[in-house]
Design a protein. Structure first.
Length: 136
């Protein structure tokens, strides 16, 4: 009888230890998920702020540049009004077309050179996955 009581007590201690281990595992998984979600939100906030700043400065630059170019073009055309107004107009148009092509090329290069969004979060999640699979 004593042996059975002792065996039952040992099994209940094992069960308690197993539940405690499962609880610790669950707490660890929730902690990892919480940390990764915090990283995700931080990266999203940074990306939104970066995009807003880029849009604002792009709008300011575009407006100022358009005004400067327009007034400069008018100045050149008015200067050559009596002698070569058609040539001046064609050269100004060619200059604007060249600038537009260069701007599109630069935009394309900037978009291709940007790192993928949420790269740090994805890297950490991949590292977590490898640790959980037993790899180091």
């Amino acid at each position: 009888m004593m042996n059975e009581a002792s065996q039952g007590e040992t099994q209940s201690q094992i069960a308690v230890g197993l539940f405690r281990s499962l609880g610790n595992l669950a707490a660890t998984v929730v902690g990892i998920a919480h940390t990764r979600l915090e990283l995700l939100t931080t990266e999203l906030q940074e990306e939104v702020q970066r995009a807003a700043q880029l849009l604002l400065w792009a709008a300011v630059a575009l407006l100022a540049g358009m005004l400067a170019v327009f007034l400069g073009a008018l100045t050149v055309i008015f200067y050559f009004w009596e002698t070569h107004r058609l040539l001046a107009s064609l050269l100004i148009t060619a200059l604007f077309a060249t600038l537009a092509v260069l701007a599109v090329c630069m935009l394309y290069a900037k978009l291709r050179g940007k790192p993928p969004i949420l790269q740090a979060t994805l890297t950490e999640l991949a590292r977590d996955r490898e640790h959980l699979r037993g790899g180091v």
